[in-house]
Design a protein around this ligand. Structure first.
Ligand code: ADP
Ligand code: MG
Length: 479
């Protein structure tokens, strides 16, 4: 990207909290119900109804705050953010402004050079989601579905401290990973349970104050976030280099056209006429409550990654991949416990073939037929030299397709490795005899042909000859 310009990005991430009922009512938060079957009178904004705070939402916000080393406010306040929109029957959204529940905090990411970079978290506050307008299949009409109205959200606001689209994605992935470890959000991006608004501006490197930002609304895929930000940066550079000015506004990213377009000019906080919601008491949180929640926090990705590096001697990048989700980390550790292969080799299989198969079939770990014990069983066949790593890939695919255990498949397909020296020698002799011209060339100095002979032996044995032995014996024969 253009090196005259420093890119500045701040993200507002909305994580839908995984409570069973809504933040201020008892209606269900389950996804995908028939329109308006999960909206009670509170969600519909009927006069005379009163919101009742869901304690689980508070607990989840505190869990997040503790995980990012934030301060948990001993007193936080819900406020009304007033605006008109068809999917907001009350005419205001209950949110938090001056006194959010989580203040400060930080998150480490890897920057473009692979170095650790700390991104500051400004705040995280609780709020309710709005409903949805529905247009599809209504023949020129719009419908309103209020099932989502009142669903609890944690809005996590970062400092404007990311300096590339990549860093923004790395930060968002990290937050995604953490909310899932904490089990406070399912993080389902397709269903909109995890999305972000990206604030983007540019400035000259020697310029002190930040440039005017544009806000890209509701990005819900890592791929689109990166594209949308890069696109927006280019747009701003062009405007400024042409002598124009960036307007502060909210823009929408169109992934089909790969472009952003204006949605509305940016409102300021005072446009919303925020005031404390008189129907809700301030939330008072004491130290023992926080301490009790702290005791229930799981091992988090950074700590787990560090432990994986120390315990299993893994490459940093592999440890990072394996600890992205708790499920994958647990799977790896279960494999590692049973497998006699080196930890790094087990890791390669989990990150490589296993993850590729999950992605190919679009499966979650819990839904895959191949268990950690199954995979470890296969690895043990490599460790005891029953099969080579290459044949193991073939066995893996058969196991994935449910054809049986490693043992059964090796048996039924006759894949046991040939390790018997004399047997390999016989085949090698034959290969040499059948290829006299290659032999002559090799002996006259064409060293590259060694690989040709290895290849022929492997072909002859359908890949079953022990590769180390083939190399050893061939070397002896050819000198
Ligand atoms: P609002 O809630 O009205 O959108 P905030 O002041 O809370 O505004 O900021 C929202 C986000 O915008 C924060 O993540 C912040 O880091 C980011 N931000 C603020 N100013 C800039 C800027 N000049 N360039 C990029 N990001 C910015
Ligand atoms: Mg905003």
């Amino acid at each position: 990207m253009n090196s005259n310009w420093e890119i500045v990005i701040g993200l507002e991430i909305h994580a839908q909290l995984a409570t069973k009922s809504k933040i201020f009512s008892g209606a269900s938060t389950a996804y995908g119900g028939e329109p308006n079957t999960q909206a009670c009178l509170v969600d519909l904004g009927y006069p005379g109804t009163l919101p009742v705070l869901n304690q689980q939402a508070i607990e989840m916000a505190i869990r997040f705050g503790l995980a990012v080393d934030a301060e948990i406010s001993s007193r936080s306040v819900f406020a009304r953010k007033n605006y008109f929109y068809p999917d907001l029957p009350k005419g205001y959204q209950i949110s938090q402004l001056d006194l959010p529940i989580v203040v400060g905090g930080n998150m480490s990411i890897l920057d473009g050079d692979g170095n650790e970079k700390i991104i500051g978290i400004t705040r995280a506050h609780l709020e309710e989601d709005a409903g949805k307008s529905v247009h599809e299949g209504l023949d020129g009409l719009s419908g309103i579905d209020l099932n989502r109205a009142g669903t609890p959200l944690l809005e996590i606001v970062s400092e404007p401290e990311m300096s590339s689209a990549r860093e923004a994605v790395a930060y968002m992935r990290k937050i995604h990973s953490i909310v899932r470890y904490l089990e406070i959000s399912d993080g389902n991006m397709q269903e909109g349970s995890f999305r972000c608004d990206a604030n983007v501006s540019i400035k000259r490197f020697d310029q002190k104050e930040l440039g005017t930002r544009a806000e890209l609304k509701n990005l819900n895929s890592f791929k689109f976030i990166e594209k949308a930000i890069n696109h927006e940066v280019m747009r701003q550079i062009e405007i400024i280099e042409d002598g124009g000015e960036v307007k502060q506004e909210t823009r929408l990213y169109d992934s089909d056209l790969d472009e952003t377009r204006p949605m509305r000019s940016k409102e300021e906080a005072n446009d919303y006429r925020y005031f404390p919601d008189p129907d809700l008491l301030p939330v008072i949180i004491d130290e023992t409550y926080i301490a009790d929640i702290k005791k229930t926090l799981p091992e988090l990705p950074n700590a787990k990654q560090q432990r994986f590096i120390e315990t299993y001697n893994l490459k940093v990048s592999d440890a990072q991949i394996l600890t992205t989700t708790k499920q994958l980390a647990d799977f790896y550790e279960a494999v590692e416990k049973i497998a006699n292969t080196e930890s790094q080799i087990s890791a390669n299989w989990v990150i490589g073939d296993y993850t590729a198969a999950l992605n190919r079939d679009d499966l979650e770990i819990k839904d895959a037929k191949l268990s950690a014990a199954d995979l470890a069983g296969l690895l043990n066949k490599i460790a005891d030299q029953t099969i080579s790593g290459k044949i193991a890939k073939e066995v893996f695919e058969a196991m994935w397709d449910g054809e049986g255990s490693a043992e059964e498949i090796i048996e039924s397909k006759g894949l046991v490795q040939i390790t018997d020296d004399s047997e390999i020698e016989t085949i090698i002799d034959q290969v040499i005899e059948n290829n006299p011209s290659q032999l002559a060339e090799y002996l006259s100095g064409k060293d590259r042909l060694f690989g040709f002979f290895v290849g022929q032996v492997m072909k002859e044995t359908k890949g079953k000859a022990n590769p180390q032995k083939v190399n050893e014996i061939l070397k002896n024969k050819l000198t």
